[in-house]
Design a binder for this molecule. Sequence first.
Ligand SMILES: *[C@@H]1O[C@H](CO)[C@@H](O)[C@H](O)[C@H]1NC(C)=O
Ligand SMILES: *[C@@H]1O[C@H](CO)[C@@H](O)[C@H](O)[C@H]1NC(C)=O
Ligand SMILES: *[C@@H]1O[C@H](CO)[C@@H](O)[C@H](O)[C@H]1NC(C)=O
Length: 520
Amino acid sequence: MRISLLALAATAIAVASAAPAPVKRAAKSNVVLGYWVPWGDVPVASLDMTKYTHINYGFGVTAKRNALATDIFFDRYYDGNNIKALVKRGNEYGVPILMSIGGWTGSQTLSTIAADAGLRKTFINNALVFVRNNTLPDYADTPDGWNMHGIDLDWEYPGRPGAICNTVSPNDSANYLVLLRELRAQLDLEFPNDRKLLTAAVRVQPFDGTDGKPLADVSAFATYFDWVSIMAYDIMGSWSATTGPNAPFNNGPVGKADQYSFTQGINAWKDGGFPLSKIVVGTAFYGRSVTTTVNMNTQPVSMYVNKTNVTPKGGPADRNDINFFCNEGSVYSGMWKWKEIRGSILTGGVTTPTTGWTRYWDDATQTPWLYGTGANTFISYDDPQSLTIKVNYAKTAGVRGVMLWDMSYDYNNELINVLQNIHCTSNCPVVTTVPTPTATATTTTKAPITTTTTTTSSGPVTTTPSGICGGVAAWNSATAYATTTKVTYAGHLFTNSWWTQNETPDASNTWGVWKDGGAC
Ligand SMILES: *[C@@H]1O[C@H](CO)[C@@H](O)[C@H](O)[C@H]1NC(C)=O
Ligand SMILES: *[C@@H]1O[C@H](CO)[C@@H](O)[C@H](O)[C@H]1NC(C)=O
Ligand SMILES: *[C@@H]1O[C@H](CO)[C@@H](O)[C@H](O)[C@H]1NC(C)=O
């Protein structure tokens, strides 16, 4: 497409006046990495670029139905425009854009490529097309370079089965290391003055060795990767024996829960010799659902109960289409995006479900879950409270940052705003208590928070406060309050000392989150 010089100039002026001051990469040493996918249907122009330090474009796909094993498929005519737009906005805001190669369905031939010197060479040349500068004129449909800032490898998984179409070999991890050495060398050779990033998405355990077990020492991989981002989610779901957490913070009970989690993943890579500065930890902006065979509201409440083997339809957008690249059958994912959970279930606020649903908090895994009586639906997911705990831990542990899957799942920035805490250096949000239900607080910490309790106890005060309370909103149990927010409650002005939700302001509790600022 040709654009007149006049039109180009007008575009440049519009961008310059509309865009806020760019936040440059150097200003933020911690990573907030988002995955952007074209099917997420979030226009690049609508992204708040200030909330991300890096963005991975998903995905370039290796597949057996491509002409060659080394081909990296993506739709140039549709996705290409998005890549150009992402790179342009990334440059404006100092946010590097990386091409992610692989993914669940796109890792089919990576084992084949890594095992062969000739295929590695061709694949590396194909991968570098994404980071090379385009030297063709504007109107060329297929540029010879996409000007991206790095390559993310999302091989699911070296030495371990992933999608059923993948080739897997016990030599994968050893071959991966060779591929990385050659890829890093080629990047440095072609871009001596413009260092390109090389990263990977990885499991909660290090890559598998020839014995099919995680390698004890993966420190050699850290030589080539700028960081790995740990996919600390999809831990339990429709494939598990019982219900359980999708993205636990800590491991659930031995014998009930699969022993993987956010903290376990960090420790596994650290113990494998990865420096903390090269560990980024992934968070899920979605939940996973299954159909239970029991009523989970029955006491004693447990997060681990029997379920059917049929994955239910998840959120409204869940589909059971057969995947184009790898036919794994016509099955639903059971996934609920956060925006779908908020739009259909937690309609009264981040902890306030609609009729027929109950929200529970699990102390062991520090995650919320929902149970819907209508179709015996269990959903394990993350919310601002569980993400605050994860981000606080990530900061304390000293890892490089956090990753999120994916950028189209959020609701009013509720979750991405929590991830910004990774940049916080003083007076940072903390979660000191978990919400205990008002109705049955004496029996168990896992008892339900019901719709009726919450709505009756937190209805907004309709009278307009004056004096020091002028213009200040009434406290609401469903609202998540950032540090030092002012609210009114019982005729007093209160200010919170740290992040809080569902903790009633109480002037008599001088150790509480809410500080009494006096009568209105
Ligand atoms: C890409 O090439 C063009 C034309 O040679 C040049 O003006 C531009 O600065 C280059 N961009 C990068 C990122 O190297
Ligand atoms: C793994 O590598 C070894 C050593 O190069 C080789 O002998 C063996 O055939 C390879 N195995 C597979 C399955 O490719
Ligand atoms: C749950 O399933 C297991 C295995 O099928 C079975 O032994 C057990 O009795 C079931 N428990 C309940 C409460 O149905």
